[in-house]
Ligand binder design. Structure first.
Ligand SMILES: Nc1nc2c(c(=O)[nH]1)N[C@H]1C(S)=C(S)[C@@H](COP(=O)(O)O)O[C@H]1N2
Ligand SMILES: [Mo]
Length: 414
């Protein structure tokens, strides 16, 4: 059912959009007739309804899309089995061990066998002084749309690594989650130790995460704790984390390397459409809204291009780089993060204002009003330009390093 009142989040989007649209559309005046019309009408009706449809900026935990392997998937275990599996906060134990095949030299180990594995209480004790939280989109390398946008909170993995007092022969950290005690079901991922110990280029740390959007992780999201790797696709963020190996292996050994996946490529920048004016009428402006993922190279622009559906395009320009794209307005950050509890969210100041916007590794919404068109069939495309000036899908167009195809949507004007 349609609700007559836009939800509060949507109202704040409208406010953000009004602010932005004036600035944005004024900057374009002096250009085409469309730009002049927009300058005269900073909050056009055709966009209002579409902006009101945009969902909340942060995805409620239960609304995340789920990517989980296992027979049965661990989060489907009944409560008693969850306890047996060590997947409740009072039964969880995290092991930190030397890799049996390529052992790092450690001063201490945390193991189930000798009763020294880390309990959730011990973990929370470290979290008291060391926990960090940061905004991040969770995106699967192989799915076209993000799974959800969250503020992820946990203990930097390096705090736990240092507790094992590594001395030498440590080049890689690999880790896996609960897998029904069946080695064939193991889902493992790995990182170079350098990335665990240090955060290059202003990235947040790799964390062992226990909270999402201010709440305990749910079983589906990987409770009691999962890895969260800020700049990588979801497969590095192993759920139901139970074991961390400190290893001298010099290369990746991720389960996800199967199926031809490129497991070293970090998150890409790309755009997708969410809403287009329904049943657009000839000569009337067409509103479009969407979202963009800002990858490791950031996001400087979102652009759209609408062209007759059957029009041929240059053979030597597969990504429409030379097409007459129109800039969209990137909407501002939400007015409220986690109900106003913005304390200690990486990248935000004490009042919740991001130091840069759009934020890297996060989502941004965008909107644009296109001039009216004659009746006919059209193809609408959107794309991003990253902070290096690369138009999507460049600089990394290969699908197995993350989905970033230029989206195409059919629009009929009548
Ligand atoms: N233990 C475990 N962790 C896992 C997975 C899994 O199957 N098992 N799937 C991974 C993949 S491929 C993705 S994309 C993300 C999805 O996170 P989400 O289900 O919280 O959205 O979880 C990752 N962590
Ligand atoms: Mo994934």
């Amino acid at each position: 059912m349609e609700s007559p009142q836009p939800p509060p989040e949507a109202v704040s989007f409208l406010k953000r959009h009004r602010r932005l649209s004036r600035r944005h559309f004024m900057a374009q005046s002096g250009g085409s007739a469309a730009a002049l019309m927009l300058a005269a009408e900073p909050s056009p009706e055709a966009l209002k309804a579409l902006l009101a449809k945009l969902g909340p900026y942060l995805t409620p935990q239960a609304s995340f899309r789920d990517v989980s392997r296992g027979k049965p998937v661990p989060h489907s275990l009944p409560p008693e089995r969850l306890r047996e599996a060590g997947l409740t906060r009072d039964t969880w134990r995290l092991e930190i061990l030397p890799d049996p095949e390529h052992p790092a030299t450690l001063g201490k180990r945390f193991s189930l066998a000798d009763g020294t594995a880390i309990t959730f209480d011990a973990f929370l004790e470290v979290a008291k002084t060391r926990s960090v939280r940061f905004p991040k989109l969770m995106t699967c390398l192989n799915i076209g749309c993000p799974l959800g946008m969250g503020v992820w909170e946990g203990v930097p993995l390096r705090e736990l690594v240092w507790m094992a007092r590594p001395r030498e022969n440590l080049r890689r950290v690999h880790y896996h989650g609960y897998h029904n005690n069946d080695p064939a079901q193991m889902f493992r991922s790995s990182l170079p130790v350098g990335r665990v110990l240090e955060d290059p280029d202003g990235l947040p740390p790799v964390i062992v995460c226990h909270k999402l959007n201010g709440e305990w992780l749910t079983p589906e999201r990987g409770a009691p704790a999962r890895m969260v790797v800020p700049e990588h696709y979801g497969f590095k963020s192993v759920k139901w984390l139970t074991r961390v190996f400190l290893s001298n292996l010099p290369h990746a050994n991720d389960t996800y390397a199967g199926q031809n996946n490129d497991i070293d490529s970090p998150m890409k920048t790309f755009a997708a459409t969410l809403h287009v004016t329904e049943k657009p009428v000839a000569g009337k402006p067409i509103g479009v809204t969407g979202y963009a993922q800002s990858g490791v190279s950031g996001l400087s622009k979102v652009q759209v291009w609408i062209s007759p559906a059957k029009a041929a395009w240059k053979d030597d320009d597969p990504w429409f780089a030379t097409a007459p794209w129109t800039d969209a307005a990137i909407l501002g950050p939400p007015e409220s993060w986690l109900g106003g509890t913005v304390r200690d969210i990486r990248g935000l100041d004490a009042r919740g204002t991001p130091a840069r916007w759009p934020m890297r590794l996060a989502m941004a919404h965008w909107a644009v009003l296109l001039p009216g068109l004659p009746a006919g069939d059209y193809t609408l495309r959107s794309r991003t330009i990253d902070e290096g000036g690369n138009a999507q899908p460049m600089p990394r167009p290969f699908r197995k390093g993350g989905r970033c195809d230029i989206e195409e949507i059919a629009v009929r004007v009548s």
